[in-house]
Design a protein around this ligand. Sequence first.
Ligand code: HEM
Length: 385
Amino acid sequence: MSFAALRASVRRAAAPAPAALRRSAFRSSVRRYSTEPPPPSPPPPKSSNATLYGALGAAALGGVVFWIYTSSSDSAKSAGSAVRSGVQGAKAAANFTPTKEDYIKIYNKIAEVMDEAADKNYDDGSYGPIFFRLGWHSSGTYDKVSGTGGSNFATMRFAPESEHGANKGLNVARDLMEEIHKQFPWISYGDLWTLGAVTAIQEMGGPHVPWRPGRIDGFAAQATPDGRLPDGAKGADHLRVIFGRMGFDDREIVALSGGHAVGRCHHDRSGWDGPWTFSPVTISNSFYKLLLEETWVWKKWDGPKQLEDKGTRTLMMLPTDYALVTDKVFKKWTKAYADDEELFFKDFAGVCAKLFENGVPQHQWATSEPWIMPRTDEQEANKSK
Ligand code: HEM
């Protein structure tokens, strides 16, 4: 068994969800990439880091953001094309322009690191959920009116945004990403974090989420004020205000909330405690099913208000999650996704792609169309063809 296949089986054994996995195996057997696999690219030239950082430093010093987008070049628009965006322009000065293949190498590295959680007895055996949350929190600060926030400048690297209450615990993911960045110093942090979220979603059995590079590293001055991310103690109105500011409607709010199929609340981070589903490292529509099918009661404890399932008392829901069944319009979509996992996956892929791209100026994108990054098991299967 190959290393990737072994990792995949370990990941799945950690929290089996047979229906979702059968579905995912079925999908992978019938799906085709929407972009052709890239042509083999030569290994990045061993340009000295001094040259690279010299070029980057020069760019940062002048506060200059390079944009060398070869928009007239067809090759720049195809998968596997040379990618130049933002600070990457400076990297081009160091003689290296990454291709889709280079980003796939980072994808694979992220997938590998995700699974190291199992050896470290971290949570449910995967860093996938916290990688996903990092990508979402770096993107969820977007304000469509002012055009500020979003994944573009990766401002969560800076205090006070890194210390905002909603971001508690995300240092775990940022530190792991920092190690990956050391190996691939040419990628922007916004690209790395959103690619981390996409990798997590796909490797945890979720749908392909279209993604492309182009975000640039910004400065502390571009950090967003506290209060832009949702507060789990609130209700439907709050969700509409917070997600409406990002440009999402009711259906999209419910689809995005399906992110709580994975991961858990940590008492020492948010104050809340416990997982939402029985399979917290597998993306499926179980979050919606559980919301509708279980009886939810308020937990009696010395902590913030949360619900627990009456049956096992091992699962939890935040007040905001519960709003998805108490609000009439939200409930309609909760039911639709509980009944039809294909519909959920389709909508989920779309809203996640939108979330991760929000606020990034069009001209920054390295390709006119987002890419579909192949999952590690798909890469393995392709090799043996
Ligand atoms: C709807 C409003 C939302 C609220 C109030 C909310 C709140 C929270 C809270 C309190 C936690 C627990 C943090 C901790 O204690 O470690 C959490 C975790 C998480 N959230 Fe959300 N969230 C929301 C929406 C979303 C969305 C839209 C996504 C993704 C699309 C998402 C993905 C996640 C993931 C994957 C985790 C698990 C992290 C881990 O296991 O470490 N959340 N969320």
